[in-house]
Design a protein. Structure first.
Length: 99
């Protein structure tokens, strides 16, 4: 039996804002920056929003947004905060109880 593609299922789950927050938090905590940017792209794709409108809202071009979210992307913290804000999210720093 062939395996089922995971992306359609993931995108369906990411439509739930709470799931999207948990997903991004988990990836940010345990994976690389590249993986986080891919996860952020997944959240944007799941919302089926206009990438052009999202880019305009955060003050970059559509192409700039795609570049920012590429594996080679290195977004400024201010740009990342604007992007998360436009998605109804924000960054949060917490202490590490294991440290």
């Amino acid at each position: 039996m062939p395996s089922k593609p995971y992306l359609p299922t993931l995108l369906g789950r990411l439509k739930d804002p709470e799931y999207a927050v948990d997903y991004l938090t988990e990836v940010l905590e345990h994976e690389s920056q590249e993986a986080f940017l891919i996860a952020l792209r997944h959240v944007i794709d799941a919302r089926e929003e206009s990438v052009s409108e999202l880019a305009e809202e955060i003050g970059v071009t559509r192409q700039g947004l795609y570049k920012l979210l590429s594996e080679e992307g290195n977004p400024r913290l201010s740009t990342l905060n604007q992007l998360l804000k436009s998605l109804g999210m924000k960054m949060k720093i917490s202490g590490d109880a294991a440290a």
